[in-house]
Design a protein around this ligand. Structure first.
Ligand code: RP5
Length: 164
């Protein structure tokens, strides 16, 4: 199975990023985790992105806050799918990181999830890998079915309490 790279701009992003790592583990997807910064370690970030496809990665998750250029910098150096997580780590509540991550010019896409949306970033990476992995596709469908059943149970409980 292809690996997913989970990159964060600083170890201060870890509380958010850990949710992505946990979600990938739940699906049995191998992840490699690193701290690379578009601003503080641009050479290391570039090197990793340039070699990611030949090193067995199928998708790259990049989490960064403030002037968040990490996902865009990775996308500039690979044609693998790059998923950006804007991290709420500043006085601007993550809006700065959201706009920095999402507003990519045509030609260099970054699939941007919600501010601190680490679970969805991981799920999107799993969905990307599931295009060529039936077992992964089955696991995703099972999780969707379980989530639907959980909400239906909640509906039944609420309806029972208020509609009788
Ligand atoms: C960004 O700046 C990082 O992704 C982090 O969200 C933010 C703050 O980094 P630290 O100063 O805590 O290392 O590059």
């Amino acid at each position: 199975m292809k690996k997913v790279a989970v990159i964060m701009g600083s170890d201060s992003d870890l509380p958010v990023v850990e949710k992505a790592i946990t979600t990938l583990k739940e699906y049995g997807v191998p992840a490699e985790v690193h701290v690379f910064s578009a601003h503080r370690t641009p050479e290391q970030a570039r090197e990793f992105a340039l070699n990611a496809r030949k090193n067995g990665f199928g998708a790259i998750i990049c989490a960064a806050g403030k002037a968040a250029h990490l996902a865009g910098a990775f996308a500039a150096n690979t044609t693998l799918p790059v998923i950006g997580i804007p991290v709420k780590s500043s006085t601007l509540d993550g809006l700065d990181a959201l706009l920095s991550t999402v507003q990519m010019p045509a030609g260099i896409p970054v699939a941007t999830v919600a501010i601190d949306g680490a679970v969805n970033a991981a799920l999107l990476a799993v969905q990307i890998l599931s295009v060529s992995d039936e077992a992964l596709a089955d696991r995703l469908q099972q999780a969707r079915t379980a989530a639907t059943e959980a909400v239906l149970k909640k509906d039944a409980a609420v309806a029972d309490k208020y509609n009788s």
